[in-house]
Design a protein around this ligand. Structure first.
Ligand code: SAM
Length: 253
């Protein structure tokens, strides 16, 4: 079957890499797993062998009969012909895993963030640059919207880097495995407001936080949470963004 670029199809062909990603997922018989984009089942077969309850979410119509036949005898596997961006999790918590189609990785991660209460952890193969952006600490060039949003709710661990040769067809970029573990006691901040404030804060990276947030929050409120208004957005910590959002919500009341 010819790989579909529009569906971000880069199938894993390196057994060593498959073994590594499965090792990080560490599937157990009492786990509830969701695999996004199982493709031909390269990772799936190892997950299925653990005996865990496994739900597969695949969008490609042509792959559905192939997967259905391959896992027909596995009573622990359920196949859903579905767009992962429309996934509504319930009855969790789940481990959500997959070698993601890179074209939907950011919106998918944000969708999962909004459903974090249904998620125990996630293990994904992503474009290396995206993993580095997610895991970047404040002060680093790559620290931005995705870092703040995901670090707010998850412990973000970057694992092995994977070269293009591990896939067929080969992607143009390096990949990396990331593990996102849901925080047990996250700071209570409403996500839509955090998202709106973080988006506005990074609207122009070279501008100060005061300028980016003009009209949204006052200089006094910025100072109240211990931020110097002349700081650039990438120097502000996740905890400070959380506090700033709470100030913003307070000021709207
Ligand atoms: N897991 C397989 C592997 O590692 O060989 C395939 C990985 S491939 C990078 C991405 C998979 O996600 C493909 O099977 C593709 O059809 C599927 N896919 C693409 N967009 C999707 C979406 N919106 N929802 C669910 N699956 C999607």
């Amino acid at each position: 079957m010819k790989a579909k670029k529009s569906l971000g199809q880069n199938f894993l062909q390196d057994e060593g890499v498959i073994h590594n990603i499965v090792k990080i997922i560490n599937p157990q018989a009492d786990d509830r797993l969701i695999e996004i984009g199982p493709g031909h089942g390269a990772i799936t077969e190892h997950l299925q062998a653990s005996g865990a309850e496994l739900q597969l979410i695949e969008l490609d119509t042509d792959l559905i009969p192939i997967l259905s036949e391959r896992f027909a005898a596995s009573s622990n596997v359920t196949l859903h012909h579905l767009d992962a961006l429309k996934l509504q999790l319930k009855n969790g918590p789940y481990k959500v895993v997959g070698n993601l189609p890179y074209n939907i990785s950011s919106p998918l991660l944000i969708s999962m963030l909004y459903q974090a209460s249904q998620i125990e952890q996630m293990v994904f193969m992503l474009q290396k640059e995206v993993v580095q952006r997610i895991c970047a600490p404040p002060g680093e060039k790559l620290f931005g919207r995705l870092s703040v949003m995901l670090q707010h709710r998850f412990e973000c661990l970057g694992h092995l880097s994977i070269p293009p040769e591990a896939f067929n067809p080969q992607p143009k970029v390096d990949s990396q495995i990331i593990q996102l573990i849901t925080k047990q006691n996250p700071t209570q901040v409403p996500l839509p407001e955090l998202e709106a404030l973080v988006k506005q804060s990074f609207a122009m990276r070279r501008k100060t936080i005061r300028n980016n947030l003009k009209g949204m929050i006052s200089v006094e409120q910025i100072e109240q949470v211990g931020i110097d208004p002349s700081q650039r957005p990438e120097t502000i910590s996740v905890a400070q963004f959380e506090q700033l959002t709470l100030q913003y919500i307070e000021s709207k009341k």
